[in-house]
Ligand binder design. Structure first.
Ligand SMILES: Cc1ncc(COP(=O)(O)O)c(C=O)c1O
Length: 422
């Protein structure tokens, strides 16, 4: 929680035309409860531009076939589009090698893959895994299960009162030599952007393997995997204009090669005999069964869309919206906002509570004004415990949001306070 003064950060400029962007998102013209939709639940999932919807439709309408199998035109076209999606997404995050990017359903599945393959093989009794208190459940629960199974323990880096990671503590805990460091690049509650590049370098100096959860960062800030040098990196397509059902786990080739497969069956094998099998090369070794072909094609179109805007612009636009929103929200008496004050270290997520009104009631009243936000623990219950709150309201922005929409949010919150007499 922070003290109530206006945000002083100097913002970078951007060249985005929000009005033009909004035209690409048909859903934004619909009404909710008779009012224009104000969609501020982007950290949960983003809306999809027409181009993404068209790309998926075009696959199903014109060249739907299974990949990697058929020797017929449709299958070859589908395979080419699926593998070219891998290339496009790989270059969006500047990964070194195409085969280091594995398609699966989402960030959650990616972390489960790593825990169940690399983790089971490399984490043993007496080891510990270092997490942070701001992790999403996806980056906690798989490690809890693994730790129980293999006799390892979990340790957590804390946050300071502003909601920033305690860097001195993080460094000390890295120096203790955990087997694995698992850290989110951007918190889905506090909006905090963690200095993961520095932490990865420190971890590597101590021989610690690092997994970065990029579910909130890849959609909103420029991410360069060669620069970060993470060992594992995961993200979901649906939070970055892509469809649900497709995500990416990136791993360094030497690690992926040594790992056993996660799911087994078709597509991930070279040969199968009655009692044994040989695995496919990377990345297919980790892509058992028929993948979400249309999803990968849709996600490739999403990253083309984001690239055409420029991720620096995307980030600058969101910071501008965040500053505007914070400056307006702090004028509401009884509001408590969580996360860093300075916009250098945060992006377009604002979690808050209002004295005397439960987050769920706020959400219900906002919905009546057409405003979609999220209320609850945001799949970060350890962080809620740390902040000593049961839940919070969360507004999260993306490329199509406007200051006018933030005004609607603020007016609606003032109205909620009036109704509750708080
Ligand atoms: C930081 C973070 N990590 C992981 C996830 C899990 O993403 P998914 O549900 O797409 O697997 C989320 C989703 O909200 C998130 O915000």
């Amino acid at each position: 929680m922070f003290h109530l003064h206006k945000v002083k950060t100097v913002l970078k400029t951007h060249s985005l035309d929000t009005a033009a962007i909004r035209k690409d998102f048909p859903i934004l013209s619909r009404k909710v409860q008779g009012k224009p939709l104000v969609y501020l639940d982007n950290a949960a999932t983003s809306q999809k531009p027409e181009e993404v919807v068209q790309a998926i439709q075009s696959y199903y309408r014109s060249y739907n076939a299974n990949v990697h199998r058929g020797i017929h035109d449709l299958s070859e076209e589908a395979t080419a589009a699926y593998e070219s999606a891998r290339e496009k997404i790989g270059s969006f995050i500047n990964s070194k090698r195409r085969e280091e990017n594995i398609f699966l359903r989402n960030a959650t599945e990616g972390i489960n893959l790593i825990a169940n393959t690399w983790g089971k093989k490399n984490i043993s009794k007496g080891d510990h895994i270092l997490l942070t208190i701001m992790e999403h459940h996806s980056n906690i629960v798989p490690w809890q299960l693994l730790a129980k199974e293999n006799g390892a323990t979990l340790k957590f880096v804390d946050i300071d009162d502003e909601g920033k990671l305690m860097l001195d503590q993080a460094e000390e805990m890295i120096d203790e030599g955990p087997r694995l460091l698992c850290i989110t690049q951007m918190s889905n509650v506090l909006g905090t952007i963690n200095p993961v590049k520095e932490l990865i370098a420190r971890a590597h100096d101590h021989g610690v393997t690092v997994l970065i959860d990029g579910a909130q960062s890849v959609p909103h800030i420029p991410v360069d995997l060669q620069d970060l040098d993470s060992d594992f990196f995961v993200f979901s397509g649906h939070k970055m204009l892509g469809p649900t059902g497709v995500g990416v786990v990136h791993g360094k080739r030497e690690l992926l090669e040594e790992m056993p497969p996660f799911l087994t069956g078709g597509n991930m094998i070279k040969e199968v005999h009655m009692t044994e099998a040989r695995w496919s090369d990377l990345p297919w070794k980790f892509e058992a069964g028929t993948p979400d072909i249309g999803g990968a094609i849709g996600l490739a179109t999403a990253v083309e869309y984001l690239s055409s805007l420029g991720m620096k612009n995307v980030c600058a636009l969101e910071k501008e919206l965040t500053k505007y929103a914070m400056d307006r929200l702090i004028d509401i008496p009884g509001i408590h906002i969580y996360g860093p004050r300075d916009l250098e270290n945060r992006c377009g997520i604002i979690a808050f509570n209002i004295d005397g009104i439960h987050a769920h009631d706020v959400s219900t009243l906002l919905n009546q004004d057409g405003v979609a936000i999220r209320a609850g623990h945001h799949c970060a219950m350890p962080l809620m415990e740390r902040l000593k709150i049961p839940a919070s309201v969360r507004a999260s922005f993306y490329i199509y949001n406007t200051q006018k929409e933030i005004d609607v949010l603020v007016e609606s919150l003032i109205n909620a306070k009036r109704i509750f007499g708080s």
